[in-house]
Design a protein around this ligand. Structure first.
Ligand SMILES: [Ca+2]
Ligand SMILES: [Ca+2]
Length: 331
C-alpha cells in the first residue's frame, strides 16, 4: 500500500502534462493549405495530378467548446482570390457526436441563400455567425436530421444544440465547380469563442510566428510550460528552454519559416500527446487487473522490493519517458 502515493503522483504528473498542452488553442492547416505572414491560404485544385490539394482547410482545437450550444462566437475574414464561393465552399464544419456516430454541421460562408457571388480579392467579414435573431438559412444540419439543409442558427441549435462537438474546421473544396478546376480562398482572424487564429503578422497569436522571441512565447503559451520545458530545456528542470528555443528560431531566415516551425512543432507535440494518452489509458486498464491479482497473491512482495522501482511505477515512468523522448525529437 505504501506504493500507492508514488503511483498516484506519477499518474498526476503525466495527466498534468497532458492537460496543459491539451488546453492550448491551435489552428492546424491541412491539405493544400499554406500560411504566409500569419494568413492562411486555402486552395482546392482538382485539375492537377496531386490529390493532397483537392481540399484544404484548418482544424481548430483547444477552443473550450463543449456542446454545439456552447459556441458563442464563430467568425472569420475571408478573401476569395480565385474564383468565387460555390457549392458549399468555403464553410465552417462542426463535427458533432450523435447516437449513430460523428456527423458534420456545415456553416456556409458568402451571401445567403445561394452562397455564390462573393466579391473577389477583397476581405469579407463574416460577422458572428452565431446569431439567434438571424433569418439566414446558413446552417446545414441535414446529416443529423434529413431536410434541414437550409436552417437558421436558431433552427440548427434546436436540432444539434445539446450534441458534443468533436471537431471544428474551416474547409475549401470546390475547385471542381470552376472551369479551371481551382478555387483559392485566403482566411485570417478566425474567431471561435475566446480564441483567434491566423492573425496577420506582427500581432502575436496562434498561427503566427514573427521574431524568434515571439515564436517561442507562442510555443510556450500553446504547449504549456511543462511541455515547452521538456522539449527545449537542456538543464535542470528545463529552465533554459526559452533561450534554447530562441537560438533555434534565430537560425531560421524568415518570419514565415518560424511561423511554419511553430505549427510543425505544435502538430508534432499533439501527436506525441495523443499517442501517449492512448498508451496511458491502455496501461491503466491493464494495471488495474494486475494490481488486483497481486493483492490476492503475495502481500509481502511490495515491502521486499520497496527499494526498487515496482512494476506499476515503471509503466508510468515509461509513459513519461516515451512522451519526453517523443517531444524532444519533435523540435
Ligand atoms: Ca489536385
Ligand atoms: Ca480558379
Amino acid at each position: 500500500m505504501r506504493r500507492l502515493p508514488t503511483t498516484l503522483a506519477a499518474v498526476t504528473a503525466v495527466a498534468a502534462l497532458l492537460a496543459t498542452a491539451a488546453l492550448a488553442a491551435t489552428g492546424t492547416p491541412f491539405g493544400g493549405a499554406t500560411t504566409s505572414n500569419g494568413v492562411l491560404t486555402l486552395v482546392s485544385n482538382t485539375g492537377d495530378a496531386a490529390s493532397a490539394n483537392d481540399a484544404s482547410g484548418a482544424n481548430f482545437t483547444g477552443t473550450g467548446v463543449t456542446t454545439f450550444a456552447s459556441i458563442a462566437t464563430l467568425s472569420t475574414e475571408f478573401n476569395v482570390t480565385d474564383d468565387d464561393c460555390s457549392s458549399g465552399s468555403p464553410r465552417f464544419q462542426i463535427q458533432v457526436q450523435t447516437a449513430s456516430g460523428p456527423k458534420n454541421v456545415f456553416v456556409y460562408l458568402g451571401p445567403a441563400p445561394s452562397f455564390t457571388g462573393c466579391s473577389p480579392n477583397v476581405w469579407i467579414t463574416s460577422g458572428n455567425l452565431i446569431d439567434s435573431s438571424s433569418t439566414e438559412g446558413r446552417f446545414d444540419t441535414s446529416q443529423v436530421q434529413a431536410g434541414t439543409q437550409v436552417s437558421t442558427y436558431a433552427q440548427a441549435k434546436a436540432v444539434v444544440g445539446n450534441l458534443q462537438v468533436t471537431g471544428i474546421s474551416l474547409v475549401v473544396d470546390s475547385g471542381w465547380a470552376f472551369a479551371d478546376k481551382e478555387q483559392t480562398v485566403m482566411v485570417r482572424n478566425v474567431k471561435i469563442n475566446d480564441s483567434t487564429f491566423f492573425v496577420p503578422g506582427g500581432t502575436p497569436g496562434p498561427g503566427t510566428g514573427t521574431s524568434p522571441a515571439k515564436a517561442c512565447k507562442q510555443l510556450r503559451e500553446d504547449l504549456g510550460r511543462d511541455a515547452f520545458r521538456t522539449m527545449f530545456g537542456r538543464n535542470h528542470n528545463g529552465r533554459n528552454a526559452f533561450g534554447k528555443c530562441v537560438s533555434q528560431m534565430a537560425r531560421m531566415k524568415t518570419d514565415e519559416d518560424r511561423a511554419a516551425a511553430v505549427q510543425r512543432i505544435e502538430q508534432a507535440a499533439e501527436q506525441c500527446l495523443a499517442r501517449t494518452t492512448s498508451d496511458h489509458h491502455k496501461r491503466k486498464h491493464h494495471e488495474k487487473a494486475h494490481t488486483l491479482d497481486r493483492r490476492h497473491g503475495d502481500h509481502d512482495q511490495g515491502e521486499d522490493d520497496g527499494g526498487h522501482k515496482g512494476k506499476s511505477h515503471r509503466h508510468h515512468g515509461d509513459d513519461r519517458g516515451g512522451l519526453v523522448r517523443c517531444l524532444r525529437t519533435a523540435i
